[in-house]
Design a protein around this ligand. Structure first.
Ligand SMILES: [Zn+2]
Length: 500
């Protein structure tokens, strides 16, 4: 069995989780579940990034101890991960996980042993929101391009990582070892490298970090820079250092799923740190865009921050997962609107998928005595051949990470099924031509089964319900291209309810 190790980014816990992280959870989970039903052994790591100055500042504002504040907010992220159906194996809280602290220290020592860590006095422009130093040339009108805030001038003596040494090797790795998905994002990364990499600061004085974070090994006056420690969560999630057997089977990671705002950390800093530490590089980085709300960037001041947990409570897990993967672009920026969630649910889940599955299964259970068997196929054979082609194409799209395109193709199977059912009028055939009616229902039952299998990565609850109604065990993707010969159908409940 092949192992497939996938991670989400680990978000800061300075605020409640927003819809962008919900999108990332769903994307990573769709990929993970697809691999699982393809027969791979999947392991998924997620977690929260806690050793950050911005968490300290947010805790102060909330009048809480940083430790308690992080724990309380981390629980909200865990709640989101659970409610949205993220099938994670490890959830790393970077401030409290003892293994994670060891990993950060190990990474530090390994990079230091390679001669890549040194002390330097410097001053630079720092955005706390990004936890990143900017070059003057990167600012937009003197402001952070992400936060539109003025970075502060920070002057201190810190440890630096010799990133400048790794430009050539990074370019080579991006050509041969690390696949950037989508490919179109690769040039912005290689261009950044080609402009010349500068060493970056990987520690903070204990005064500036306000004593929060992981101390630098051998120098308690300094704290490890939050990104240097946070990236290590991908290693600690995989079992380093306490379970080396697990770690050796999982690492290198097959895929890091991240947002476009943290590309530099994942595609440049992280591989360079791993090279320095002598650890193999991740195989791919999957990059999604930002989610706006009703056409505007989410912000507290505009008051358009969408609480994904509230959406899940209101509309249910599968409709939200469906909407996020179907309507929000997989790789480009996308726009979230509650109105669009309702529309997608009503017209596509209720009107198309739910309609087809419910009419087929209800008809078999009420008119056909609850069972159908294999029939000689006429026109139905042509339809199945067309559907098998779609199954192949869905697989190809999934392997490319084209999650939007794949779910749209899957829904076409349901449209084809509805049209076939409608055109053949089995309610008439049942009275006039029993054999013909059986053929139609046999084909439709098989289409329900194929849909039940294919939608599993996107809508696991709905998939499980469909497969249960048709008496099918949770199944493998490979089953989507063979016919089930005998169905015993239970009377189904409504699959999706219309949202008013
Ligand atoms: Zn910023």
């Amino acid at each position: 069995m092949e192992d497939f190790y996938i991670t989400t980014a680990i978000p800061y816990v300075n605020a409640r989780p927003h819809i962008g992280f919900a999108l990332e959870c769903v994307q990573a989970d769709v990929i993970a579940r697809h691999r699982r039903i393809s027969g791979e052994r999947v392991y998924l790591t997620t977690g929260t990034d806690e050793n950050s100055l911005k968490n300290v500042i947010a805790a102060e504002k909330a009048g809480m101890k940083t430790k308690d504040f992080c724990a309380a907010n981390s629980a909200l992220f865990r709640e989101l991960a659970d409610r949205i159906g993220l099938s994670y194996d490890a959830f790393i809280e970077t401030a409290s996980d003892p293994d994670h602290r060891k990993v950060a220290e190990t990474l530090w020592r390994a990079c230091s042993k390679s001669g890549d860590i040194y002390m330097k006095k410097y001053s630079g422009l720092y955005c706390v929101g990004c936890e990143l130093f900017y070059k003057e040339s990167e600012l937009v009108g003197g402001l952070c391009p992400e936060h539109r805030t003025k970075p502060e001038i920070v002057e201190e003596e810190n440890y630096f990582f010799r990133l400048s040494k790794y430009g050539g090797r990074l370019l080579e790795a991006l050509d041969k070892e690390i696949t950037i998905i989508p490919d179109s994002r690769k040039s912005e990364i290689t261009n950044f490298i080609k402009e010349g990499l500068e060493d970056f600061s990987i520690s903070r004085s204990i005064k500036r970090s306000r004593g929060w974070g992981i101390p630098v090994p051998g120098d308690s006056s300094q704290t490890i820079y939050v990104w240097f420690d946070a990236l290590g969560a991908y290693l600690s999630g995989a079992g380093l250092p306490s379970d080396m057997k697990k770690f050796n089977s999982l690492w290198p990671a097959d895929m890091h799923v991240i947002g476009k705002g943290v590309v530099r950390f994942h595609a440049i800093y992280w591989p360079a740190m791993l090279m320095s530490a002598g650890i193999p590089l991740p195989k791919s980085i999957f990059i999604h865009g930002y989610v706006t709300v009703n056409g505007q960037k989410m912000s507290k001041s505009i008051g358009n921050v969408v609480d994904p947990v509230q959406m899940l409570e209101k509309y249910g897990m599968d409709p939200v997962r469906y909407y996020l993967t179907r309507s929000i672009s997989t790789f480009q920026d996308g726009d979230f609107s509650e109105k669009a969630v309702k529309e997608a649910t009503n017209s596509e889940l209720v009107g198309n998928l739910g309609n087809f599955v419910n009419r087929t299964l209800t008809f078999i259970s009420s008119v056909m005595g609850g069972s159908v068997d294999e029939q000689d196929l006429g026109e139905g054979k042509l339809l199945l051949d067309e559907v098998y082609k779609i199954v192949d194409e869905v697989e190809r799209l999934m392997r490319q990470g084209q999650l939007n395109a794949a779910i749209l193709r899957i829904m076409e199977i349901s449209s084809l099924g509805n049209r076939y059912f409608q055109d053949n009028e089995p309610w008439k055939l049942a009275k006039e031509d029993a054999a013909a009616a059986k053929e139609v229902l046999f084909v439709c039952a098989n289409l329900c089964r194929i849909l039940g299998i294919l939608i599993y990565p996107y809508m696991p609850e709905t998939s499980n319900r469909i497969l249960k109604y048709i008496g099918e065990e949770p199944t493998r993707l490979s089953g989507a291209k063979s016919l089930k010969k005998h169905f015993e159908i239970a009377a189904p409940n409504i699959l999706f309810r219309k949202i008013e």
